[in-house]
Design a protein around this ligand. Structure first.
Ligand code: SF4
Length: 356
C-alpha cells in the first residue's frame, strides 16, 4: 500500500500494533505525536541548574532529544511500550533492614534488558511492515537522546511522579520503557491524569534529599547517580546516607503507594542471578575481578567496572555493624586497588573504628 493512501485504516493498524505488542510480551503499548515542548522546557531548566551532574551526554545533543524528527528524519509518531521487571515483591524488607546485606536496584538483579527488548521492538516493526510495506522507523532502548518518560507519559502509559519516574495506576513503576519512532500517521493516545495528589512519601524517604521538590531531581545527590554514573570519588557528605545501597537505589519507588498495584515479571531473564537479591556485602566485596567479570556477564552492573563496584561496597561496609572481620577484609583489599578506591576503603576502615 502507499503511505499516502487516504483509504488505509490507521485506526485498525494501531489496534493491531497494540495487540501484537502484548503478544510479544509487553504489558502496554501507547502511541503519541512528537510535540515535546513542555518536556523540553523542563529539561532545559534542569540542565541550566546543573542538576545532571557529570552526565554531559544529557546536555550534548541540543534540541535532538526533544525533537524526535531531528533524531530520525520523518518521524511523526512514537510507539511507546512498557515491560515489567520486578522479580518478586517480598525481597524488600530483608535487604532493606539488614545492614550486612547488599542492596542492588531491582532492575539490575537479572540480565540486562536492552538486547531482549530491542529484539522484540524489531519484531514489532516487522509486523507493521507486513501490514504497510516498507516504512521509516527506528527502535530505541535507552540508547540515544530520547525523552522516553515524557513520550511514554504522552502515550498514556502513566504519569511522571514527584520522584520523576513514570507511574502507572494499574502497574506501579517497576517497568522498562522502549520506543519506536515511525513515519505513519497513527491515531494517538491520550495522556492520563496525574495521581500523586498530596503525597510526598518519595520526597520524605529519599536518603540523600535528592528530590529537592516535586518533580525536581538533583541527580548529583541521587544514590543511583552516585553509585552508577559518577566515576570519581563519592562525596563524603553522602556516604553515611548511602547505607547498604551498592548499585542504584529504589527507596522512592518502594515507598510509592502506587506500587502496591505492581505485578511481578513473567520474564525469566529478569530473575535474580547469583542470588544478587540476598547476597551479603562481604561476599560481594570478596569477588576477584575475574569473578566480577564472569558472574556479571550479561548484567547491567558489569558496565560500572570492578573498581567502582569495590568503591560502592567499601562505603556500605563502612556503614555496616562494626566487626573485626569486616575491618580485616577492608584492610586486606587495600592492596591492588586504585587510589580512588583506596580512599573509600580507608574511610570505611575509619568508620569501623569509630566508637559510639
Ligand atoms: S511516593 Fe507519592 S508523591 Fe512520590 S511518586 Fe509516588 S504517589 Fe507520587
Amino acid at each position: 500500500m502507499s503511505l499516502t493512501d487516504p483509504t488505509f485504516n490507521y485506526q485498525l493498524l494501531a489496534e493491531q500494533i497494540k495487540k501484537h505488542g502484548i503478544e510479544l510480551g509487553f504489558q502496554q503499548v501507547g502511541i503519541t505525536d512528537t510535540d515535546l515542548t513542555e518536556a523540553e522546557n523542563h529539561l532545559n531548566n534542569w540542565l541550566a541548574k546543573k542538576h545532571h551532574g557529570n552526565m554531559d551526554y544529557l546536555a550534548k545533543h541540543g534540541s535532538i532529544r526533544s525533537h524526535p524528527d531531528e533524531l530520525h528524519k520523518g518521524t511523526i509518531r512514537v510507539i511507546s511500550l512498557r515491560l515489567n521487571y520486578l522479580p518478586a515483591k517480598e525481597t524488600f524488607d530483608q535487604v532493606q533492614t539488614d545492614p550486612t546485606a547488599a542492596f542492588i536496584s531491582r532492575y539490575a538483579l537479572g540480565r540486562d534488558y536492552h538486547k531482549m527488548m530491542r529484539k522484540r521492538l524489531k519484531k514489532l516493526t516487522q509486523f507493521i511492515e507486513s501490514k504497510t510495506g516498507v516504512f521509516s522507523h527506528r527502535v530505541f532502548v535507552d540508547s540515544a537522546p530520547v525523552l522516553e518518560k515524557a513520550l511514554a507519559e504522552k502515550a498514556g502509559l502513566g504519569w511522571i511522579g514527584k520522584h520523576t519516574n513514570l507511574i502507572n495506576r494499574e502497574a506501579g513503576s517497576w517497568f522498562f520503557i522502549g520506543e519506536i519512532y515511525i513515519d505513519l500517521p497513527l491515531p494517538t493516545d491520550t495522556a492520563v491524569d496525574e495521581h500523586c495528589g498530596d503525597c510526598t512519601a518519595c520526597i520524605d524517604i529519599c536518603p540523600t534529599q535528592a528530590i529537592i521538590g516535586p518533580y525536581q531531581l538533583d541527580a548529583r545527590r541521587c544514590i543511583s547517580y552516585l553509585t552508577i554514573e559518577l566515576n570519581d570519588s563519592i562525596p563524603v557528605e553522602f556516604r553515611k546516607a548511602i547505607g547498604n545501597h551498592i548499585y542504584g537505589c529504589d527507596d522512592c519507588q518502594i515507598i510509592c503507594p502506587w506500587n502496591k498495584f505492581s505485578t511481578v515479571t513473567t520474564e525469566s531473564d529478569f530473575l535474580p542471578r547469583h542470588h544478587l537479591d540476598t547476597a551479603t556485602l562481604i561476599e560481594l566485596f570478596n569477588w576477584s575481578e575475574e569473578e566480577f567479570l564472569k558472574r556479571l556477564e550479561g548484567s547491567a552492573i558489569r558496565r560500572i567496572g570492578y573498581q567502582k563496584w569495590l568503591r560502592n561496597i567499601a562505603i556500605a561496609l563502612g556503614n555496616a555493624p562494626k566487626s573485626a572481620k569486616t575491618k580485616a577484609i577492608l584492610v586486606n583489599k587495600l592492596l591492588n586497588t586504585e587510589p580512588m578506591v583506596k580512599e573509600h576503603i580507608q574511610w570505611a576502615i575509619k568508620e569501623q573504628e569509630i566508637t559510639n
